[in-house]
Write a protein that binds this ligand. Structure first.
Ligand code: NAD
Length: 492
């Protein structure tokens, strides 16, 4: 056990040790312990949620005018930027992503606070056409206590994506970060408090998902859960929500199709496909993990692609040159290894990778080489199940119809990519493919101003975009009487 001091968590605005087990956060590149904390227990969950409910009712945050809340959120964005390098380094240590990526995630978190500050102060309510002696309005109110449950792959960005709109809408928010990456949620809570969000409006409860996340979801005072994570967990949360009659938003898994047509700009497509699957070591919900290439260019394309994969710079996440860091945990790497073995047992051929990279530099961390598997059909389990690692299944296709059928033949429908110079064909395919996001001649680009979410097993609801704030609000219709005379019944 390391001698690092235990970090406090945030229970209803009080920074103190949790009542649960000690958790160690390991640097995935070396296995070193970089932080320790005592997680929340069930008593902390109840105290945090009761405190959040009290803060929602008494702190005045919900009653502040939108531009006043926006000022605080702008300050939070500013503080994230000022502490940007420190946060990026901390996130690198917490989840092992290369520093260039974690800097982008921090910038995205700041941009998210800025965007929802603007969405908050420019949110317009509507006056609907009157059909009687009354003015009718449609307005939105905060919900009370909302929960944000997040995964480990992009902590600061996914936590900001939930905390910023939830707070902008006037709610109190209880955050449950992933077991292995608790640090960024704690940092964001400190920053929000420093920016002026009243104490108690934010709690951060690290701990085991099946205990702490479950208890948060079931708590009667929690009025909405915004969840990002695996589909099985999302389905479990949806069942609890159904019993409570509680709205949820679910950002879940994916097995996204990238489609390279025969007229694609090959340089762009090779770079885009490599980035789409191997950036973040493939630990990305929108990783382009199923590749369909027109048969006429398949051989040439796969040669370029596997040369590109072999040339990727794997290594120290602290280095500015590193393109691929380690995987999150030793256990997760084992799960990826089992999938690669499954691919082979299903008849797949490993074109490149399929092993841990060999060098002393990689001995202690959870590294895995970028891997391309050929020779499988889209029906193979390796082509259907989310691996969440640097594993690409490559398949040739013969016709546009077959391409669309196969791209859509998945329980997931989170994202897709089309590479073609023929804009009419790209448009046709882009419209026919079933996915929450379609990239044409680009991949894995993001904007907080554009809604994001999945179809089918990839999720329910949308985050981001101006309407993103509305998922944290209840809609209310108001009838404002303008009658000169009493309503008919009072004539009696
Ligand atoms: P996970 O589902 O295991 O865990 C996600 C979060 O849920 C964690 O905080 C975990 O502690 C918590 N949790 C676990 N069991 C719970 C329960 N019974 N009740 C309440 N909370 C519970 O997912 P993960 O392994 O952390 O993340 C990887 C998954 O997340 C992948 O499937 C990936 O595709 C998905 N993901 C989706 C998006 C998206 O936007 N669609 C983004 C990132 C990751």
């Amino acid at each position: 056990m390391s001698s690092l001091e235990l970090l406090p968590i945030n229970v209803a605005g009080q920074w103190r040790l949790g009542g649960g087990d000690v958790y160690e956060s390991l640097y995935p590149a070396t296995g070193e312990v970089i932080a320790r904390l005592r997680a929340a227990d069930l008593a902390d969950v109840d105290e945090a949620i009761q405190g959040a409910d009290r803060a929602f009712r008494t702190s005045g945050w919900a009653q502040r005018l939108p531009h006043e809340r926006a000022t605080v959120l702008h300050r939070a964005a500013q503080l994230i930027r000022e502490r940007g390098e420190e946060l990026a380094q901390k996130q690198r240590l917490d989840n092992g992503k290369p520093i260039k990526e974690t800097r982008n995630l921090v910038a995205s978190a700041a941009a998210t606070f800025q965007f929802f500050a603007a969405a908050c102060e420019t949110l317009e309510e509507s006056i609907t056409p009157s059909r009687g002696a009354f003015v009718t309005l449609s307005v939105h109110e905060p919900m009370g206590v909302v929960a944000a449950i997040t995964p480990w792959n992009s902590p600061i960005a996914s936590e900001a994506q939930k905390m910023a709109p939830a707070l902008a809408a006037g709610n109190a928010v209880v955050v449950k970060p992933a077991e292995v990456t608790p640090l960024m949620a704690l940092e964001l809570a400190r920053i929000c408090e420093e920016a002026g969000v009243p104490k108690g409006m934010i709690s951060v409860l690290p701990g085991k998902g099946s205990v702490i996340g479950d208890a948060i979801t079931k708590h009667p005072l929690v009025k909405r859960v915004s969840f990002t994570g695996g589909t099985a967990t999302g389905r479990h949360i949806a069942h609890i929500a159904a019993d409570k009659m509680m709205p949820v938003s679910l950002e879940l898994g994916g097995k996204s199709a990238t489609m390279v047509l025969e007229d694609a700009d090959i340089d762009h497509a090779v770079a885009g496909v490599l980035y789409g699957i191997f950036s973040s070591s493939g630990e990305s919900c929108i990783a382009g993990s199923r590749l369909f290439v027109a048969r006429s260019i398949y051989a040439q394309f796969l040669t370029r692609l596997s040369e590109g994969a072999k040339a990727l710079r794997i290594g120290d996440p602290a280095s500015e040159d590193t393109q691929m860091g380690p995987l999150i945990t030793a256990r997760h790497r084992e799960s990826i290894e089992r999938y690669v073995a499954l691919g082979v047992s299903e008849g797949g051929r490993i074109r490149t990778g399929g092993m841990r990279p060999r060098s002393v530099e990689f001995d202690k961390g959870y590294f895995y080489a970028p891997t391309i598997i050929e020779g499988l059909t889209n029906r193979a389990r390796t082509a259907q199940e989310e691996i969440f690692g640097p594993v690409l299944v490559a398949m040739p296709f013969d016709s546009e119809r077959e391409l669309i059928e196969q791209a859509n033949d998945s329980v997931y429908a989170l994202a897709a990519g089309v590479w073609s110079r023929d804009f009419k064909r790209a448009w046709r395919i882009g419209r026919a493919v079933q996915a929450g996001t379609v990239w044409v001649n680009t991949y894995k680009q993001f904007s907080v101003s554009t809604p994001f979410g999945g179809w089918r097993d990839s999720g329910l609801g949308r985050e981001k975009g101006r309407a993103g704030i509305l998922q944290y609000m209840e809609q209310k219709s108001m009838y404002w009487g303008t009658n000169e005379q009493p309503l008919p019944w009072s004539q009696a």
